[in-house]
Design a protein around this ligand. Structure first.
Ligand SMILES: [Zn+2]
Length: 137
């Protein structure tokens, strides 16, 4: 018997499923952080050797889910960047953006190669804007 050729697809599906479940389970931003008007999440990938991945930027509004996990941009990787800790830090601390870097903990399964750790690094910045933040008083 050959190994199942659907492994790549199912790993991808499984990741989508995990993200969807997490998003469904999250509170809305309005419920979790009532004073927050918007949250801007910026992701810049830091590939040493791989082709450059486009930077990503997300704007969250109060009706959005307060969910801060993002899939690794490699289609053959099952990794998810979990930014919930820095996001909550950014949302709790008011006005100061939180930034840092994370390494993908996923595993890539490419054709003809053994499964290998991904390790793609992402540089992130999370900035929250608050209701009434531009009031002059
Ligand atoms: Zn990855």
């Amino acid at each position: 018997m050959r190994p199942a050729p659907r492994q790549k697809v199912s790993a991808f599906r499984e990741r989508e499923e995990r993200l969807r479940k997490g998003r469904d389970a999250a509170q809305t931003l309005r419920a979790a952080f009532p004073n927050v008007a918007t949250v801007n999440v910026q992701l810049r990938f830091l590939p040493a050797t791989a082709p450059l991945h486009a930077a990503q930027s997300f704007m969250l509004y109060p009706a959005a889910r307060a969910y801060f996990s993002y899939p690794c941009p490699y289609g053959d990787c099952d990794g998810i960047y979990d930014l919930s800790a820095p996001a909550h830090q950014a949302l709790a601390r008011k006005s100061a953006p939180v930034s840092g870097t994370l390494e993908c903990a996923g595993v890539r399964s490419r054709d003809g190669l053994q499964r290998q750790p991904c390790g793609l690094r992402v540089s992130f910045t999370i900035a929250a804007q608050y209701e009434g933040a531009h009031a002059s008083t």
